[in-house]
Design a protein around this ligand. Structure first.
Ligand code: T5A
Length: 210
């Protein structure tokens, strides 16, 4: 665990409610007197956001190789860690990050990069700045598609195959199983208030309530 601030990451498939939960956590933890820094990956700093754009929106008809994609995620992460996350933790802030290294483990391994290579790159880039707590929002992809359909939302989530979302879900659950001391799985199908309450319970249980 970090000496001063706390580093909390949120993970899960697309549309599981990470952004919604982060907004709730920011309000609740700020009300407790913590200085809260909300950020995201890929991105978070000016340079990292530029890499995000390059990674997620390559020029038309061009595609990154899976390894290049993994390296871009880590390039973005390196700047984010150096210029935002580590300085914020050092001054005692609570950093809440929308996706972090587990997303690279999940998505880029599905794309075909070996777990060994991903963990080797992660070790170099992340070093000792491991999350104190990772909240993994979990739900069956079909149930999420239905929720979003009810809200009349049609986006890239719906256009991806359910099989892909199942693989993403499994990858995150495997991470949670392999690192139970760091990860807590939350039911993403609860109401926003229920998910927030479960997340705050996990924070109170796992992190020093200081
Ligand atoms: N990626 C990322 C990699 O491949 N490797 C990496 O290393 C990293 C870091 C980034 C993409 O990059 C990939 C993964 C992704 O494909 P992103 O910008 O993080 O993507 O986007 P998403 O994860 O797709 O984020 P979304 O905004 O789509 O999903 P969220 O944040 O999980 O969901 P949210 O909060 O926006 O909610 C979605 C909808 O559901 C409703 C909301 O109102 C909204 O309409 N909702 C709820 N409804 C009912 N009950 C609840 N509890 C609800 N919570 C939210």
């Amino acid at each position: 665990m970090t000496d001063l601030g706390r580093f909390i990451t949120l993970e899960g498939g697309e549309g599981t409610g990470k952004s919604t939960l982060i907004a709730g956590l920011e309000g609740a933890l700020s009300a407790r007197g913590h200085d809260v820094v909300v950020t995201r990956e890929p991105g978070g700093t000016k340079l990292a956001e530029a890499v995000r754009n390059l990674a997620l929106h390559p020029p038309e008809d061009q595609a990154w190789s899976p390894l290049a994609h993994a390296l871009l995620m880590n390039t973005s992460r390196d700047d984010h860690l150096r210029n935002l996350i580590r300085p914020a933790l050092a001054r005692g802030s609570w950093v809440i990050c929308d996706r972090f290294a587990d997303s690279t483990r999940a998505y880029q391994s599905i794309d075909g990069v070996t777990p060994e290579d991903l963990l080797a790159i992660e070790a170099i880039v992340v070093g000792d700045t491991r999350p104190d707590l990772t909240l993994i929002l979990d739900a069956a992809p079909n149930a999420l598609a239905e929720r979003r359909h009810q809200r009349n939302v049609s986006d890239v989530f719906e256009r991806k195959a359910t099989e892909f979302h199942e693989r993403v879900r499994s990858a995150f659950l495997e991470i949670a199983e392999s690192e139970p001391e760091r990860c807590v799985v939350l039911d993403a199908l609860g109401s926003p208030d229920q998910v927030l309450t479960a997340a705050l319970n996990a924070i109170d249980t796992r992190l020093d309530p200081s």
